[in-house]
Design a protein around this ligand. Structure first.
Ligand code: GTP
Ligand code: MG
Length: 212
């Protein structure tokens, strides 16, 4: 019983801080995105591709959540965005407290678009909204054809689903239409897009979808 109460408290507190974050984004007219997804699915590679195409015309900040290291932040900085790395240590997802601490120490007038790359994990982030406008869930075809069906919750509570690494379609012998329909079955409102961060396929469509 105690454990359930604690858990509810944790999630309730997270939601309160998330709504403060959301208010800040609105106040400063910032578009904000929480990018969640499997380890190694290509979240950072997609951000590199997106940032390199939009950073001339947009004031972009990327907040990178990772257990350790600032490898992802360093990768993204090379493409013209400011970055802030948050190392979560033992925690398997970012929470709204992490984001509130980052926002507190920034001049938000300097940004119009904020991407938050969550820790690579298809389970933990579902309990912790961050206050971003939209959640984008990323998987890739190398996680196997059932990855979406096996992790329905994040797909249920996301706005856009990206199925990445389609340049490897032939090697993986994946039926991409089935993966798309798995996602749509879980959440009929989900926008589903297939991409290759490596070849650049559909990256401009993804950008239009995100920034529209
Ligand atoms: N072939 C191919 N490789 C890709 C693609 N996108 C990413 N990769 C490769 O997949 C590996 C993992 O990519 P990342 O961008 O680091 O993945 P991530 O989701 O950010 O990983 P974590 O942050 O560790 O969870 C890297 O070696 C990328 O070069 C793609 O579209 N096609
Ligand atoms: Mg990454």
């Amino acid at each position: 019983m105690k454990i359930i109460e604690l858990n509810e408290d944790l999630i309730g507190n997270n939601e309160r801080l998330a709504s403060n974050n959301s208010e800040l984004f609105r106040k400063y007219n910032i578009k904000s995105f929480d990018i969640v997804g499997a380890i190694g699915a290509g979240k950072t590679a997609l951000l590199e591709a997106i940032v390199s195409r939009i950073s001339d015309d947009n004031k972009v900040l990327v907040i990178n959540g990772d257990v350790a290291t600032r490898i992802d932040a360093d990768r993204i900085e090379q493409h013209g965005a400011k970055t802030i790395q948050v190392n979560t240590g033992r925690e398997c997802a970012l929470n709204s407290y992490h984001i509130s601490q980052v926002l507190k120490n920034l001049d938000l007038n300097n940004y119009d678009t904020i991407f938050i790359e969550n820790v690579g994990n298809l389970i933990c982030p579902s309990d912790f909204i961050l206050g971003a406008d939209k959640r984008i869930v990323v998987v890739s075809i190398t996680e196997g054809p059932w990855v979406i069906r096996k992790h329905p919750i994040l797909f249920k509570y996301s706005d856009i689903a990206v199925i990445n690494k389609i340049d490897l379609m032939d090697v993986m012998e994946i039926n991409i239409d089935e993966m798309i329909s798995d996602a749509k079955e879980i959440n009929p409102d989900l926008e589903v897009i297939t991409t290759s961060a490596q070849s650049g396929e559909n990256i401009s469509t993804l950008i239009n979808l995100i920034l529209s």
